[in-house]
Design a protein around this ligand. Structure first.
Ligand code: CMP
Ligand code: ZN
Length: 411
């Protein structure tokens, strides 16, 4: 009886996560996906007969929006690229549109003899499997990480050395790295005894799920089915190694290895294994690059990630679970969370990345933004908090560097 009661409670808890933010996310399909054992076993589009939304569905949009989106794509390699605006102009199809564009830029369709219909089907599935009601872990975050990854792939120290396979893996891993993220973290999945936690033995639970979901979608779309089996297997494995590197609890492990290579100056980018390591680091940087964006974009990411943390905290409070670190709306202010995240996670990583790039114009720009943003959060931390909001200062207040962004685009 107790077990049945606990199961009902947990089911209810996950129903509530799925319902947060609107009616649509409360559908049975979303709940089923959240509770799915492995996505491709239980949630097959072929079985459901669903056709994912492809960029072709943009036709109903005003030509003017598409024209503006196309214009934005001509600047996709600049650091000030506004992914929120791009997502609105593409009617929520930023990830698919961006990936199609970048595959064209690198001529990947031709190089890997990809079937365009399968590619659209795969990208549509990935985009759709992000939870649009998550404030942070949604398809716009994936598009943002992909755009940052593209900027890093263009770094002078790297660009010349990368093979088409490296580029393909880097972009694919960036696009899919958080797919089907439930909006709660690993400790939450463990303490609520979510089946994904036991499936992946409480280790890199979410990242393993993102990877296996990606593999499921690759196989379901047949995107790589024309390639020799050993090659598609290798692609799946490398995607796994890249996506699993985004597990933030492995940050120190990667940072120490990176630092050691830089100290010893022993990175040889002609070696595939070293390029793979740098792709892991580049993806990690792209994943946590939001404090390095211009204030107006960075602030939005900060508020979104904290909102997602607070929603988890609200659930934990409601179900008498211990409130996770950073998730207590009353105790963990946005500025405090940001200063901690920037100081302990982002800054050390981007300092090493700057060394790796020798240093490039882009890494200087990124660290410049990071320092300004940190200072801005510090000043807000000292400011008295305004009651009724989840931030310490009103959204509209400009950051320290507002208005001086002209000319900071990277080449
Ligand atoms: N601005 C931020 N403030 C606090 N935590 C962040 C911020 N950006 C990213 N993170 C965390 O870093 C993690 C990196 O991996 P994820 O995208 O899975 O989840 C991310 C968040 O938990
Ligand atoms: Zn991420």
């Amino acid at each position: 009886d107790t077990q049945v009661h606990v199961n009902t409670q947990i089911k209810c808890l996950f129903d509530r996560i799925a319902q947060q933010g609107g009616v649509e996310s409360g559908t049975r399909r979303k709940v089923k996906r959240l509770l799915s054992f492995q996505r491709y076993c239980h949630d097959s589009r072929l079985l459901r007969g669903l056709v994912p939304c492809a960029p072709g569905s943009l036709h109903f949009l005003d030509d003017d929006y598409l024209g503006q989106a196309a214009h934005m794509l001509s600047k996709v390699g600049t650091w000030n690229f506004d992914i929120f605006l791009f997502d609105r102009l593409t009617n929520g199809n930023s990830l698919v549109t961006l990936m199609c564009h970048l595959f064209n830029v690198y001529d990947l369709v031709h190089h890997f003899q990809l079937d365009m219909v399968k590619l659209h089907r795969f990208l549509g599935m990935v985009q759709e499997d992000y939870h649009s009601h998550n404030p942070y872990h949604n398809a716009v975050h994936a598009a943002d990480v992909t755009q940052a990854m593209y900027c890093y792939l263009k770094e002078p120290r790297l660009a010349e050395q990368l093979s088409p396979l490296d580029v393909f893996l880097g972009l694919m891993a960036a696009a899919a790295h958080d797919v089907d993220h439930p909006g709660v973290n690993q400790p939450f999945l463990i303490k609520t005894k979510h089946h994904l936690a036991s499936l992946y033995q409480n280790t890199s639970v979410l990242e393993s799920h993102h990877w296996r979901s990606t593999v499921g979608m690759l196989r379901e779309s047949g995107l790589l089915s024309h390639l020799p089996a050993d090659m598609s297997q290798d692609i799946e494995q490398q995607l796994g190694s890249l996506i699993l590197a985004t597990d933030i609890s492995r940050q120190n492990e990667f940072l120490l290895t990176f630092r050691e290579h830089l100290d010893n100056q022993d990175l040889d980018l002609q070696l595939a294994s070293h390029r793979h390591f740098i792709l892991q680091i580049a993806l990690k940087c792209a994943d946590v690059c939001n404090p390095c964006r211009v204030w107006e974009l960075s602030r939005q990411w900060s508020e979104r990630v904290c909102e997602e943390f607070y929603r988890q905290g609200d659930l934990e409070r409601q179900f008498d679970l211990e409130i996770s670190p950073l998730c207590n709306q009353q105790a963990d202010s946005v500025p405090a969370v940001q200063i901690g995240f920037i100081s302990y996670i982002a800054e050390p990583l981007f300092e090493e990345w700057q060394r790796f790039t020798e240093p490039s114009a882009l890494s200087r720009t990124m660290l410049g933004h990071l320092h300004k943003n940190k200072a801005c959060w510090s000043s807000r931390r000292c400011a008295p908090s305004s009651p009724g909001t989840r931030t310490d200062s009103p959204d509209e207040e400009p950051g320290p560097e507002a208005g001086d962004e002209e000319g900071e685009d990277t080449p």
